[in-house]
Design a protein around this ligand. Structure first.
Ligand code: SAM
Ligand code: HNT
Length: 273
């Protein structure tokens, strides 16, 4: 039974998310300078490079990839969609699930043009950028559903949404530390999502370092658990993962644009014991 404090903390986090604005969030984080494909030191190209390497270095394989806390973004599965033939996107908010469905049903319906992202990942794969239309088609083919998730539940997904064998790979980006009231809840959530993953399956985790808040929309200030690298490594170990690699990106001054107080981004590749 969780302590009252944690239940209240989780409920307070859920209340913060009621004002989340997908279009604003995309504008804040997924347009230049943070998403500038001409800049070597831009955050999004760094994340895409980490994910491309992790998905293509030969040890990640299987049937089903699940993205935990997708939000309104799909960059996180642009490499994985070439490796898995089934991908599940998940989010806590209907507004985000609706935003994602908009892209899958009619590309013009999404708040952000994902073409530069598709082109960039094609380039990472050694393909000509014009192959982005094939990648978009591949993504539409392998993403089977966009479903609700709550990482604070011991079973974060409804059992109908997850095959009994579990997922072969999980990816989760900027979710756990942004939805947890404290480090203990972050670590517990890591354990909860681990239960979705088969033994030997991989977790690709991207998150914020040293961040205490971010804006999920105009005036929608959301508290974040400020993490450092040691805490990320300890939480992974405590939750039954073996860390394969941790990479860290430190924000240059001009990437600090006032939408949060993040100081770094981590990328962890781990395997479920
Ligand atoms: C900072 S956003 C990350 C979005 C996206 N993955 C990215 O990389 O930008 C955090 C996401 O967590 C979702 N979320 C909020 N509460 C959650 C919960 N209890 N369980 C899972 N996801 C939750 C929010 O709806 C939001 O989409
Ligand atoms: O620069 N980025 O690519 C980027 C993308 C998403 C997010 C951040 C930075 C920092 N804040 C988190 C919310 O905790 C969300």
């Amino acid at each position: 039974m969780e302590e009252k404090g944690t239940e209240n903390g989780v409920a307070a986090m859920a209340a913060c998310y009621q004002g989340f604005d997908p279009a604003a969030y995309l504008q804040y984080n997924y347009t230049p300078p943070r998403a500038d494909f001409e800049r070597k030191d831009s955050i999004v190209p760094w994340k895409l490079a980490c994910l491309h390497r992790a998905f293509t270095e030969g040890d990640v394989n299987g049937e089903l990839l699940v993205d935990i806390g997708s939000g309104p973004t799909l960059y996180q599965v642009l490499s994985g969609c070439e490796v898995f033939n089934k991908v599940l996107l998940t989010d806590y908010l209907e507004v985000n699930r609706r935003e994602l469905r908009g892209w899958f049903q009619d590309e013009g319906a999404s708040s952000l043009d994902w073409t530069p992202y598709l082109q960039h990942v094609c380039k990472l794969e050694g393909r000509r950028p014009s192959a982005w239309t094939e990648k978009a088609a591949k993504l539409r083919q392998v993403v089977k559903d966009i479903v609700p998730v709550d990482v604070h539940r011991p079973q974060p997904l409804s059992l109908d949404d997850l095959p009994s064998a579990g997922a072969d790979c999980l990816v989760s980006c900027f979710c756990l530390e942004s939805v947890s009231p404290d480090l203990a809840a972050f670590t517990r959530a890591l354990g909860h999502i681990g239960r979705l993953l088969r033994a030997g399956g991989h977790l690709l985790l991207i998150g914020a370092l040293g961040e205490s808040y971010y804006f999920g929309g105009p005036g929608v200030k959301i508290p974040v658990v400020p993490l450092n690298e040691a805490q990320v490594c300890a939480s992974l170990k405590e939750s039954g993962y073996t860390l394969i690699r941790l990479e860290v990106y430190t924000l240059p001054q001009d990437m600090r644009v006032g939408v949060d107080d993040v100081s770094g981004v981590f990328f962890a590749k781990a395997v479920k014991e």
